[in-house]
Ligand binder design. Structure first.
Ligand SMILES: [Cu+2]
Length: 427
């Protein structure tokens, strides 16, 4: 039994941020229904192109191996959006392979499974139309024929009652599946959990260290390939080394069923906590934790973060993080984050992964790991991606009285800022 591929399902456009080789990519895929159908994908590298770049999209049908592809050449320079349009000739599961290849950084690849469902009308639609048509006809005949004989009147009454009953019953039957959307399906109970194995690998050709993550189903052992896009990524990976204060929040690329790969920047060698968050079809999001020794010996440890209220310098930006009340166990505390540049408030904060701010908290032994979103609404649009204002707030109830490491992540003008601070939680 192969778990089905779902990555992105039909209806509307899905946006995902993913690391393909050395490029963070923002991708929007609009999945059609029925076939032949036009599939549109926008690909937007999230940093400027260092060299002449070739972007390509190849869609391969899982069963027939039929494939279609398109290539777009982009000159070196400021990042821009490339739009792919390919016509998929048949329904079923397709694997989209999006590749970015520039002369400076080599190849980055991400593959995403999508499912094209056939167009179909619900089976009861035609009887419903017939019943409604009879109903309309009867009503019409009573209006144009007011002096009808008694037997005609009886026939009209009977047809009216019958067609009305049929309409109501079919209407209820058609609505019934939609009334039950929140009840878990059988699938949920057959997919209890997943296991992950993270290990450092090396891409010898491109001369970069990578982290590979294998995801297997807990009950069948098979690769997990029903991973859905959630919070604009297939997989959210957080790496923390409490000794060197190193923190990474990245989005590995799916390279095949249950296999994810991401380039590692130069980070201090250490034993890292690896938190992996995915969402499987018909399940909620789930997280695994494990430890892995990675990093390179030449990279330096980072300074210990300052306790709040803290002012953190990140490139040209100065960001303050402060709590409105002292943090106490179990009491929600509000953390306010304010960004300025050269003494002036920044005009706007970008949406990153659909939110204007993310915060990760970790207690000293790593047993408590929290991922908190900034207060506010989500924005899943491909672009525009910013909202006016230089402040965001987070609310979190720390479960234990000890010092917590906290990383706030915000994006300004397309640059992601990671701001480490420390919060001591009082009893
Ligand atoms: Cu993430």
């Amino acid at each position: 039994m192969q778990v089905s591929a779902h990555g992105i399902i039909a209806g509307g456009a899905r946006v995902l941020d993913i690391q393909a080789g050395s490029y963070p990519l923002r991708i929007e895929v609009s999945v059609p229904t029925g076939a032949p159908a036009l599939l549109t994908a926008k690909v937007w590298p999230q940093r400027d192109l260092a060299g002449a770049t070739q972007l390509s999209l190849t869609a391969t049908h899982q069963d027939s191996q039929a494939n279609v592809s398109q290539q777009i050449n982009v000159p070196a320079g400021p990042r821009m959006i490339s739009v792919f349009d390919v016509t998929l000739p048949q329904t079923g599961v397709w694997e989209l392979r999006i590749q970015i290849h520039d002369t400076a950084h080599g190849i980055g690849v991400v593959t995403v499974p999508i499912t094209i469902y056939p167009n179909s009308i619900p089976p009861l639609t035609i009887p419903m139309f017939v019943a409604v048509a009879i109903l309309a006809l009867v009503l019409f005949s009573t209006t144009i024929w007011p002096e009808a004989r008694p037997w005609v009147r009886v026939a009209q009454a009977h047809s009216f009652t019958a067609s009305l009953s049929i309409t109501v019953v079919i209407g209820l039957l058609m609505a019934w599946p939609n009334l039950r959307v929140d009840i878990p399906t059988v699938d949920t109970t057959t997919r209890p959990y997943f296991v992950t194995q993270a290990s450092q690998t090396r891409d010898a050709q491109r001369n970069v260290d990578q982290l590979q993550i294998l995801v297997n189903d807990g009950s069948t052992g098979l690769p997990v390939d029903d991973i859905m896009v959630h919070h604009q990524a297939l997989m959210h990976l957080v790496l923390i080394d409490p000794v060197s204060h190193t923190f990474l929040h990245i989005h590995p690329a799916r390279v095949s069923a249950g296999r994810y790969i991401v380039d590692l920047p130069s980070i201090a060698r250490g034993t890292y906590d690896v938190a992996i968050e995915i969402e499987r079809a018909n399940s909620g999001s789930q997280m695994t934790h494990q430890q892995v020794e990675i990093g390179d010996d030449t990279a330096q440890a980072l300074p210990a973060p300052s306790p709040v209220p803290a002012t953190v310098q990140a490139g040209d930006y100065t960001v303050t993080v402060q709590a409105t009340t002292p943090a106490r166990v179990g009491v929600p505390v509000e953390l306010q984050v304010t960004a300025t540049r050269a003494g002036q408030p920044v005009a706007a904060l970008d949406y990153w992964l659909g939110m204007r701010g993310h915060m990760i908290v970790r207690n000293p032994n790593g047993a408590i790991f929290g991922h908190i979103h900034a207060v506010g609404t989500m924005n899943d649009l491909f672009e525009p991606v910013s909202a006016v204002g230089n402040k965001v707030a987070f609310v979190y109830a720390f479960p234990t009285a000890e010092p917590y490491a906290v990383w706030v992540q915000i994006m300004i003008d397309g640059t992601l800022l990671t701001l480490p601070v420390q919060i001591t939680v009082l009893p």
